[in-house]
Design a protein around this ligand. Structure first.
Ligand code: FMN
Length: 176
């Protein structure tokens, strides 16, 4: 699949077929995250795969009742480790690079899932403390996203995007 095609045609999928996703495909998705750029190549990400029914239900409750999480075959929890970020980059590292690194990794995952014929949804709305308790995530690790993955059972319409001309300034802020 061509890069541009994958970028434009990927959609957030929230309705999945009950079909299981083979672990090799999950591995491919996570493998693509490894190749994302990261500040100083620090790669401060960690991935937690959750397929257990009861645990998925708990996660969906922690995610403000977003039920599709419990109904998706697999959820990948993306976490960041801020220990070295603090040491190398101080506040800018923990407050910005850390999340930028994980966002780049997540986008790779979404595009790879799409290119494999899978659907996915990036979920950011959840109670962080509740999620940490459910998954026994240690204090110094921050869960930043839940990625629900499965074979799509919907074809959502393409959500609009802001036009290019309102996004770009030239040479100076506000100058078109
Ligand atoms: C940081 C972030 C948090 C998001 N959180 C949620 C979420 O909690 N629940 C959800 O259903 N979708 C969530 N989304 C998906 C967006 O709603 C979706 O990307 C957006 O509506 C555009 O649709 P598209 O992904 O199909 O292009 C999130 C996306 C991002 C980038």
């Amino acid at each position: 699949m061509e890069t541009r095609e994958a970028i434009e045609n990927r959609r957030s999928i929230r309705i999945f077929q009950p079909r299981k996703v083979h672990k090799d495909l999950i591995a491919k998705i996570i493998d693509s995250a490894r190749w994302a750029p990261s500040s100083g190549n620090i790669q401060n990400w960690q991935f937690l795969i959750v397929e257990d029914k009861g645990r998925k239900l708990q996660i969906s409750e922690a995610a403000l009742g977003q039920t599709f999480i419990a109904l998706s075959p697999v959820n990948i929890i993306v976490c960041v480790d801020n220990a070295n970020m603090e040491m190398y980059y101080g506040k800018r590292g923990t407050d910005m690079y850390s999340y930028q690194n994980s966002a780049a990794a997540i986008q790779n995952m979404l595009l790879t899932a799409h290119s494999l014929g899978l659907g996915s949804c990036w979920v950011g709305a959840f109670d962080e403390d509740a999620l940490k308790r459910i998954l026994k995530i240690p204090d110094d690790i921050v869960p930043v996203a839940i990625i629900s993955v499965g074979y799509p059972s919907e074809q959502p319409p393409t959500p609009s995007r802001r036009n290019l001309d309102v996004l770009i300034y030239s040479e100076e802020w506000g100058k078109t």
